[in-house]
Design a protein around this ligand. Sequence first.
Ligand SMILES: C[S@@+](CC[C@H](N)C(=O)[O-])C[C@H]1O[C@@H](n2cnc3c(N)ncnc32)[C@H](O)[C@@H]1O
Length: 276
Amino acid sequence: MIHINEVPLDFEPRKKILSKIPAFPPEPEMSEFESAFLCGLLKICRPKKILEVGVAGGATTAIILQTLEDIGESYEMHSVDLSEKFYRQPKLNTGFMAAFAKEKIFGDLRGMHEFHFGKYLPQVIDEIGGEIDFVILDTVHNLPGEVLDFLAVLPYLKIGSIVVLHDVSLHQTEYPNAESNGMLLGAVTAEKFLNFDEQALFRYPNIGAFQINEQTLENIENIFLTLILRWIYMPPENEIVIYRRHYKRFYSAELCEIFQEAIDMNAYNFWQARRK
Ligand SMILES: C[S@@+](CC[C@H](N)C(=O)[O-])C[C@H]1O[C@@H](n2cnc3c(N)ncnc32)[C@H](O)[C@@H]1O
């Protein structure tokens, strides 16, 4: 089922925290509307264990922390990024804006927040642990991209968990390859949440969310099958090994076989195209 305009947008946490930390455009990479959707969902869901994958400068991390602090309950939040250095400005650390906010603005947090940089999600997810009830995926946007991390984190989510996807319509802009999150939102079996952005050129938003239910797990082959689509980039061998090993722990032999077929076909096509 799809729920449209049911999330009460909350613009306040972003205004509150961004007015206190040095600006670093284009951080955060979410628009005000997208941040308001994320903060509104956090306010209604009041999650206890939050996982963010894809941090960049950390402005969105700071906005999430502000929202959690405003909710006023204890929480545990983990922010994961493959890069230790800010991908737009390698002189700076990934998450530098959130690190500033933690040190200079928030002081002692009500909850606990930890960064995990320089590793793929499967390399840190056991340390983070299960019972995660709110996830934000915002990394590559090109296939296989976030689909890999959704499959990696799913076994660690509770039924009822919320997964927020940024850039679900980025492929309709000057980035036509950025389809992974739109595809994931379309293919997953779940309760789906979108708010229309009436101020934008097109009101279909660039952020969406879904809520995990029993059928999400029963129909997970649909997500493995999206990986048969043509990948936009070929992950390095070590990344493939890490994800394949992780999936073998949680998914059936048949689903792991589909994953292997997707790897084989995409690797073949990728290297064929390079040879031309
Ligand atoms: C679009 S930016 C994130 C923007 C951020 N969420 C925001 O709202 O400002 C993408 C980030 O994902 C990270 N990234 C790319 N591939 C990744 C992967 N496989 N796992 C974790 N992080 C990844 C990049 O280093 C980069 O910092």
